[in-house]
Write a protein that binds this ligand. Structure first.
Ligand SMILES: C[S@@+](CC[C@H](N)C(=O)[O-])C[C@H]1O[C@@H](n2cnc3c(N)ncnc32)[C@H](O)[C@@H]1O
Length: 373
């Protein structure tokens, strides 16, 4: 009789390995999850130390990510989006394994160094963009990406939020005493220098903003008299450009989509995701898993098509026919001899309980893939 493990808060997932039941579903967190996807994750007996820094970010789909990643003793994992280390710490606490943590934001990497002090020899922090993970030249037993912004970035004075007046910057990786990691164009330069058509195209393709042309026209008009440099100035332009009726009745703030599209453009978020996926599948050891959590439909559609292509479930390219933005070329799945198994037939979403505790999790979508050979 196969052994049965009970789901515990500390991160133990259960599975009846070898039994026919292991192919059915089990109910967790308000969701029926495919039981066969899970392997037992035993929480290490070592005392779990608290985070050595104050956290603002609440990790999304944490149990589910760890369940799919299934950390094991002696293995090595890549957290491509360290943020405030919620996933990394949980991986380290789940097994006696090692983690390489990557983030493009130097303030995240500072936290990773602090966390590394309480896991001697088990955590290395690398200040890098996840689109460049191939440079690590290292195979992994599991790779996780939690793409997007951390709550501390949203709360910062870097112009990500339309609810806070700040310089319209939006670069996730900025130049400081570390020197430049990459050359990103700040959002205010885009707003003040790009043509009206180009701005409208960014707002439409990356934000699905229905009043993109009106907003771009209003930007062109305003900046002719004085530059638009702050979040408040841009919000003001948007509020003038969108019809009053829409502004009053819309369920989301009228600036939401423009801000989102600018952030995606400034940080080349879709290009980064494509490169990271292509590299990640080449870097997985046999049995290794790739888990991706995304928050935007364009990102999720890239992940979905890429995973399905790899698992041989569709013959179409994972790039939609309508390319998102003109300078982005076709990306392709690199020639690979490995075979993969799709662990999530459908994207996993946060439970209603999690959404209640952390509304940010509402748009999260988790997809997972396993390398078979
Ligand atoms: C949602 S947060 C991750 C939160 C983390 N999972 C946790 O539990 O604390 C996303 C992080 O990914 C980082 N990031 C976004 N795009 C990146 C890229 N292209 N390369 C490296 N890091 C990136 C951001 O700087 C941010 O710190």
């Amino acid at each position: 009789m196969a052994s049965l493990f009970i789901l515990q808060r500390g991160g133990t997932f259960w599975r009846r390995s070898g039994s026919p039941l292991s192919r059915s579903l089990f109910f967790s967190n308000n969701y029926w999850l495919p039981r066969y996807c899970y392997t037992t994750v035993t929480t290490s007996n070592a005392e779990t130390a608290p985070f050595p820094y104050q956290r603002v970010h609440q990790s999304v789909l944490l149990e589910e990510v760890i369940g799919y990643l299934a950390p094991q003793n002696g293995k090595i994992y890549l957290d491509g989006t360290f943020g405030e280390g919620g996933y990394t710490k949980r991986i380290l606490d789940s097994a006696n394994c090692r983690v390489i943590a990557v983030d493009q934001d130097p303030s995240a990497i500072e936290k990773a160094h602090q966390l590394a002090n309480i896991y001697p020899g088990r955590l290395s922090a690398v200040w890098q963009r996840f689109g460049d993970i191939a440079k690590l030249r290292q195979p992994f037993d599991g790779i996780v990406l939690d793409v997007g912004l951390s709550s501390s970035q949203i709360a910062s004075n870097r112009g990500f939020s339309f609810q806070k007046d700040a310089l319209l910057d939006m670069r996730m990786s900025y130049t400081d005493e570390h020197g430049a990691l990459c050359r990103l164009i700040p959002a205010h330069a885009i707003i003040n220098q790009y043509s009206r058509d180009k701005l409208a195209s960014i707002f439409t393709k990356l934000g699905q903003e229905r009043f993109a042309k009106n907003i771009a026209a209003e930007i062109e008009k305003r900046r002719a008299t004085s530059p638009i440099n702050t979040t408040r100035q841009l919000v003001d332009v948007i509020m003038t450009a969108v019809p009053k009726r829409y502004a009053h009745h819309s369920q989301i703030h009228p600036a939401t989509r423009v801000f989102q599209s600018l952030r995606i453009y400034v940080n080349d978020e879709l290009g980064q995701l494509r490169s990271a996926l292509e590299s990640a599948v080449q870097m997985l050891n046999v049995g290794g898993r790739l888990v991706v959590v995304s928050f935007h439909s364009l990102e999720d559609s890239i992940v979905k098509k890429f995973f399905r292509d790899l698992a041989g479930q569709t013959s179409t390219s994972y790039i939609d026919d309508n390319d998102y933005i003109e300078e982005e070329g076709e990306a392709s799945i690199a020639d690979t001899l490995q075979s993969f198994n799709l662990l999530t037939k459908r994207a996993l979403k946060a439970s209603s309980t999690e959404i209640e505790c952390n509304p940010r999790s509402r748009s999260a979508r988790l997809r997972a893939l396993e390398r078979l050979e």
